[in-house]
Design a protein around this ligand. Sequence first.
Ligand SMILES: [Zn+2]
Length: 153
Amino acid sequence: MEQGIIINRNTKAIRDSLKNAGIQPSASRMAIASFVWNTDSHPTAEEVKIEVEKAFPTVSLATVYNTLNLFVEKGLLKEVQDSNQRSVRYDCNTTPHFHFIDEATGQMMDLDPEVLRISPDLSKLGAEFKIREIEVTLRGRKMGTPQDKVKQK
Ligand SMILES: [Zn+2]
């Protein structure tokens, strides 16, 4: 199965990726995949629904959630916790990377892993801790980002 950054995928590539992952490429799944695999905005399920509705008006939030969870389960998307919004965001970049959240706009962006050199010593944890993943998020302001893009919460 292909992994990694899958931005700018066309319809055929998306259909092939779903099939390769053992997912039946239904119309709603194709619509959801087309959006989430062509954005680096780390959308929430609600944001995915709003976008997908434009092309696929009958899609329900439950379908969006189920589809996103299926994609995560198959390794096609990553879940990212956004503790500010207390929500889960979906990331089409499945390679290891860090995030930056602009506190004025709520925008989440990818950071190159080279930005931070973190060398955790997991051997200091007890054997009862099974670490699956380390998530690092930097918060602050990206200068030059218009304030009028602040999200309504
Ligand atoms: Zn990301």
